[in-house]
Design a protein around this ligand. Sequence first.
Ligand code: ADP
Length: 380
Amino acid sequence: MQSEGPAQPSGVEHSPTRQTVVTQRSANLIILASCVAVAGVLFKADVFTPSGVTPTIGYCIVPLLAAQTGRRSFIVGMTGLCTVLTWVVFFLELPGAPAWMSAFERSMVTGVLWFSFVLVCQRMNALSALARQAEVLAELNRELSRSNQELDAFASVASHDIRGPLATTGMFASLLASRLVGKIDPDCGEWLSLIQSEVRRMHSIVENLLKYSRFDTDRSGIEECECEAILANVLDNLRADLIASGAEVIHDPLPRVTSDPVQLMVLFQNLIGNAIKYRSEAWPKIYLSVAAEQEGWKFSVQDNGIGIDLADRERIFDLFQRGQGSHTAKGSGIGLATCKKIAELHGGRIWVESALGNGSTFYFTIAKAKKNERAKSVTA
Ligand code: ADP
């Protein structure tokens, strides 16, 4: 018997263990015995049926059984055997129906038998194509997560390395500024303070980038946490901005969720911070709500700020992308990309609904997951 298994994906090595080979062989032997037994019983039934070939239709089961071995040559052999048995009985059958009728019926049975052979082969082809595709997809996934990890590691190392020279530049700019007080003309003084403020801005970009890249690798913090407590922390951190802008924050009773509290805090802080930052002429009013859904929790942060242009509503979630209305406020376009990453790490997503000039509502979901389930999935 020719040894041809189902097609294996190219480039993927399978090295079955000795035990797997032995188990497969025994399974094939059992299938072979079943095929022969079925064919034998049907053959006898056909010989002893006085007229007609009704039992032979049962031969169609044989290619189906043989397909379980995954060996095409075996299926051909078994289908051929059934065909031969069908026609052998033509010469052995008991007198009854006219010979032409028997020949006609046996031709029909042979046709159906080979038709089922063709169907079985097509199914096998489809299954092996599917297996190949699944393998390619899994390989692509592995490749993607490897390159994501490399990218994050690179961002992390680059951010670390940039912070040193940046701190030195900032320090010497401050030294220069303090030494030269009153000795330089106002233009030079302004340029110096511009350098200092740009250094601070760069420092904050690097810090945010570092935070962004860390979220993928630092996955130890999944636990039961109180959103009320997280929000209280966030409002504490934003106290100065809240007071300066006169913003009012109201919220629904918030649930206890399974998540990384630090990441959730960053998420809330970015969204509420942006609601203050991108305010309109009116006093900022921010409303935080939450709804339980079958799959998890759906949070929303609604503001009455400047709103977001339709063209910006998707791209603002990408790294370093800022919206058209952002020129009035300082920023680097990392906040929402971080929020997106956090929502996705929690099995959810983030999106925004907005009317330009009429405020925005940011929605994000997090999946309900048991503590160790999520921990398992994030470390996988
Ligand atoms: P940054 O605020 O540093 O620019 P973000 O990633 O937090 O970066 O936000 C990206 C852009 O999305 C912002 O530049 C701004 O145009 C827009 N945006 C975010 N939040 C709001 C909001 N609440 N109202 C209006 N625009 C917003």
